[in-house]
Ligand binder design. Structure first.
Ligand SMILES: [Zn+2]
Length: 291
């Protein structure tokens, strides 16, 4: 059993290597063709060429495959290709930071994590933040799950690294941050960010999409129970109501938010007047939507 799994792992690694080798070799072949026009460090341009020569790829790979050894492949990858990708990204990131420094107020971030597999068995977790006003990716961090206690903690570690880079290295002030509802992230933003002058004013918001997704799953589960099938018919309207509440209640009015949300229980029974002073009856536009 053990020998067998070792063997299949070896085969898998070999296949992976062959694949990477093919991709890199193709880059070389296009670069060699255009040596007079460009240097090895212009990786972005070579990517464009890669698309251009897609049709001829197979022939190029065949031609070059016998000329480049494994060592050369690794040497070129670490000496030219990876540094030029990193360099291109850092140049882009620096210009985005400069642009944001010229804008008034702190930056408004939205962040989310991504894993390479569903469930909690991922080896790597990536965390990406987008600046909402310019709608560009500002930073992305890769965390290996054994660097932290569990693959679940990858998101928090990635977020911390993004914030550290943006506030300490680039000295940007963060005005707001939108995330999903991970408990650890909520706790970190509540307890740790006030100590950092660049994030002292940070306001944390939850992403409505993540809440709607969770809500939809709960409704699905409920509608599978006997006698509750009709709940499923309301799924779309209930989620719509959730977005509506999030979008129409002014910031800081948590009581109104709660009552308006809870009114959905009356609303589905065709009752549009509620036993609360804060929200005595359904809004006109809401009743038009789904009454
Ligand atoms: Zn109503």
């Amino acid at each position: 059993m053990h020998v067998h799994s070792m063997k299949s792992k070896k085969v898998h690694l070999h296949q992976q290597f062959q694949y990477q080798r093919k991709v890199v070799l193709h880059l070389y072949s296009t670069l060699i063709r255009h040596q007079s026009k460009m240097t090895l460090t212009t990786s972005l341009r070579s990517c464009r060429l890669m698309r251009h020569y897609r049709k001829k790829r197979r022939r190029y790979v065949k031609k070059i495959v016998c000329r480049i050894s494994r060592n050369t492949y690794h040497r070129h990858q670490s000496s030219y290709i990876i540094p030029s990708i990193v360099n291109a990204w850092q140049t882009e990131q620096t210009s985005l930071v400069e642009r944001l420094k010229g804008m008034e107020g702190g930056i408004h971030l939205t962040g989310d994590g991504r894993c390479d597999s569903p469930g909690h068995s991922a080896k790597y977790g990536g965390y990406t933040v987008i600046e909402q006003r310019i709608n560009k990716v500002l930073d992305t961090q890769l965390v290996q799950s054994n660097e932290v206690t569990s693959s679940n903690a990858c998101d928090l570690e990635g977020l911390k690294r993004c914030l550290t880079l943006l506030t300490e290295t680039h000295e940007l002030d963060v005005a707001s941050m939108v995330t999903d509802r991970h408990k650890s992230i909520e706790k970190y933003l509540r307890e740790e960010t006030p100590h950092n002058p660049h994030t002292a004013e940070l306001k944390h918001h939850f992403d409505a999409w993540h809440i709607a997704k969770g809500l939809g799953k709960k409704i699905d589960a409920l509608s599978k129970k006997k006698g509750c099938e009709d709940v499923g018919l309301w799924k779309k309207s209930i989620i719509h109501h959730m977005y509506y509440v999030a979008g129409t209640v002014p910031e800081g009015q948590a009581d109104l938010l709660g009552e308006k949300w809870k009114s959905v229980a009356n609303h589905v029974q065709d009752i549009h007047e509620h036993d609360t002073e804060i929200y005595p009856m359904c809004d006109q536009d809401l009743s038009q939507l789904s009454c």
